[in-house]
Structures are given as structure tokens and as C-alpha cells.
Write a protein that binds this ligand. Structure first.
Ligand code: SER
Length: 355
């Protein structure tokens, strides 16, 4: 009876079994792609920091408020919109049990690990920089291995050093940084690659340039001047620049940085020849160039120099501009903002914020 019915359905609708199997497979892979893209459960470690505060908001817009857990440490609890729009949990990278419990409780499949000290602070607290950046990552990778999570960990232009080619720094090149920040970033790249190769943990990262944003200020980085200069311009204050004229560094507007992190984590793994970490770039400038760009919109703005030897030493050891062709080829990386469009947006938003 069943076979007769099945035979007549196939004859009436003129469908063969291989055809049906093909259609079911297609449907399953579409559902799979949908689940992968739209149904993530994400833990953002360091959700109240410079990148984390905006990344958490962006991920909530994309995957739904309830699916994004804002991880924080004591003393840096989420407030305002970050607190009200979704779940939050204490997630200290130096405490592996705590991370494992959060991952299990919220069924987390992707971890954005943003816990790190920036370059200048790290120079003053090298052991703490290592404890958070490297031991912390190790804890996260172990939790990820046991619970099948993907892990994003930012690397930086600081992972390069004075012996690296300065101009159009290649994707694969010398990485002998002279700062503890850089040493820990190279280590996180290598450790992440190791966990991918040895255990199949889906680790990915980008080498962020200086990130510029009007939302949460950075704390203790060499590239911070490129954020501070906008605050001074909008407040009508003279800006004292700690970095010498002529010092080129890669910089990026935060929306492009967020887009880079999210699109790399969504990228088709079969296209990725690299993993940790991709060079990304959108603009490179020195203090004079950003000053002149701001002056076009704020003609009375004044800048003077008072060079900070620690910051200048770090900046001098970093590349002028990176070659990001691997990211462009392997996951279609394209920035949206240049110095001029970023300046217009920064000034507009800071005028509103500081009113
Ligand atoms: N913004 C970082 C710093 O200056 C570099 O990635 O420390």
C-alpha cells in the first residue's frame, strides 16, 4: 500500500528520488546557513571597553538582543543601553571556571575576546598584560575546545616591529615587536593558530589599526591621539600632540572595525587561507594630516607638539601602512570610511555628545 502510494506520488508529480534528495540537501544547507548567520549565541568578553561597547550593540542588532551576552569584570559593569538591552554576565578571562559556566549557561557558540591592555599601559604593567592577553586567551581557548565555540581575538599593528617592512607591510612577514603589547599579540596569533590546527577550534583574528570612535574613549594606546584630537577640536581647546609630525600609523573608523570583526567571523571557512590574524587597513596619516583635515571644518583649531618619548618610541617601531590584500581576497574586506568622511562623522557626533 505504502509503496503503491509513493510510486503514484512520484509518477503524478514527475519527481525522482535523487531529485528529492537533492532538494532536501539544499533545504538543509540553507537552514544551516541561516542558523549559522542568524542564530548565534555570542559572549563578548570586555563588553564595556572601547571596542566591546559598540560591538555588543552591533551584534545585538544583527542576531537579536537575547543572544548576545555582555561579559564584564568587577568594576566595569555594563550600564545604560548595554545593560538594559540584553543579558550580561561576569566573565573574567583569568578565571576559566567562570568563563566555562557563562558559556554553558547561555549556550554560547562564539566568543569575541576583547580583554587586553593597550600598548602604553602594557609597557607599564607587562606581567598584567601577559596575564590578561596570553594566559586569558589560553583559558578561553580551552573553554572553546571543550564547548565547540568559535573565538575572535584582536591582534594589532603592534604585532609588528622595527625589522618589519614599514610600507605596505605584507600579510606574512617578520614579526619581532619590541613592546610587551606586541609580544603578547604575536603570541595570541600563534596560540590561536595552534588551537585551530591541533584541535580544530575555529579561531580568527584581524590586526586592528588605531580605532577611532566617539562612543567609548580608548585607554592607554599609542594611537589614542587620533581620538583625543577630535575631542579638543569640538571643545574649542588647543590640542597638545604627543606624537611627532611625520609619524605615519594605520587608523580606522570604528564602524569599519566592527564590520571587519563580524564579517570575518561570518566568512566561509573554506576560503580562509589565513586565520590569525589578517592585516586590515583603511587610512594612514600623521598628526599633521589629521590636523589639517579637522581644520577644514574647524578653521580656528590649533595644535602644538609635546612629544611623549614612550609613545613616540612605540609608534616609531610600528609600520606606516599595511597591505590588506589577503583580507580583501579571502573574505571580501572593504572599508567604507576615509579620513575625510570619518572626520565629518566624528565632528557631527561629538558636537551632539558634548553639547
Ligand atoms: N590602538 C592600539 C594601541 O595604540 C594599537 O592597536 O595600543
Amino acid at each position: 500500500m505504502f509503496f503503491a502510494l509513493r510510486a503514484s506520488i512520484f509518477t503524478i508529480f514527475k519527481i525522482s528520488i535523487p531529485y528529492l534528495v537533492k532538494k532536501i540537501c539544499l533545504l538543509c544547507s540553507l537552514v544551516n546557513i541561516y542558523l549559522k548567520i542568524f542564530m548565534k549565541n555570542v559572549l563578548v568578553i570586555g563588553s564595556t571597553g572601547q571596542i566591546g561597547s559598540e560591538l555588543t550593540r552591533e551584534l545585538r542588532k544583527r542576531y537579536g538582543n537575547d543572544n548576545i551576552v555582555a561579559g564584564f569584570i568587577k568594576g566595569a559593569e555594563p550600564t545604560g543601553e548595554l545593560k538594559e538591552t540584553g543579558p550580561a554576565a561576569e566573565a573574567d578571562v583569568t578565571n576559566p571556571e567562570m568563563i566555562a559556566n557563562v558559556v554553558k549557561k547561555h549556550n554560547v557558540d562564539t566568543i569575541y575576546n576583547l580583554a587586553a591592555l593597550l600598548s602604553v599601559v602594557a609597557e607599564n604593567k607587562p606581567r598584567l598584560a601577559w596575564k590578561i592577553g596570553v594566559d586569558g586567551l589560553w583559558n578561553i581557548l580551552e573553554v572553546a575546545r571543550e564547548n565547540g565555540c568559535a573565538v575572535f581575538t584582536p591582534s594589532s599593528i603592534g604585532s609588528f616591529g622595527p625589522s618589519t617592512p614599514r610600507v605596505l607591510t605584507p600579510q606574512d612577514t617578520v614579526q619581532r615587536p619590541g613592546t610587551i603589547y606586541g609580544v603578547s599579540k604575536v603570541t595570541t596569533e600563534l596560540l590561536s593558530d595552534y588551537y585551530f590546527k591541533k584541535y580544530g577550534v575555529d579561531t580568527r583574528s584581524v590586526r586592528f589599526p588605531g580605532l577611532i570612535s566617539y562612543v567609548t574613549p580608548p585607554g592607554g594606546g599609542t594611537t589614542d591621539y587620533a581620538v583625543d584630537i577630535y575631542y579638543a577640536a569640538v571643545r574649542g581647546e588647543e590640542f597638545v600632540c604627543p606624537i611627532k609630525k611625520g609619524t605615519l600609523m594605520d587608523m580606522m573608523y570604528m564602524p569599519d572595525g566592527l564590520h571587519a570583526a563580524i564579517s570575518l567571523m561570518e566568512a566561509d571557512p573554506s576560503r580562509l587561507k589565513h586565520r590569525n590574524g589578517f592585516n586590515i587597513a583603511s587610512m594612514s596619516f600623521d598628526p599633521e594630516k589629521i590636523y589639517q583635515t579637522i581644520k577644514r571644518y574647524k578653521p580656528d583649531f590649533k595644535m602644538v607638539y609635546d612629544v611623549d618619548p614612550l609613545k613616540q618610541g612605540i609608534a616609531d617601531s610600528w609600520p606606516d601602512c599595511l597591505d590588506d590584500s589577503a583580507a580583501r581576497e579571502e573574505w571580501d574586506w572593504r572599508p567604507q570610511f576615509d579620513l575625510d568622511s570619518m572626520t565629518v562623522d566624528m565632528l557631527k557626533n561629538l558636537e551632539r555628545k558634548l553639547k
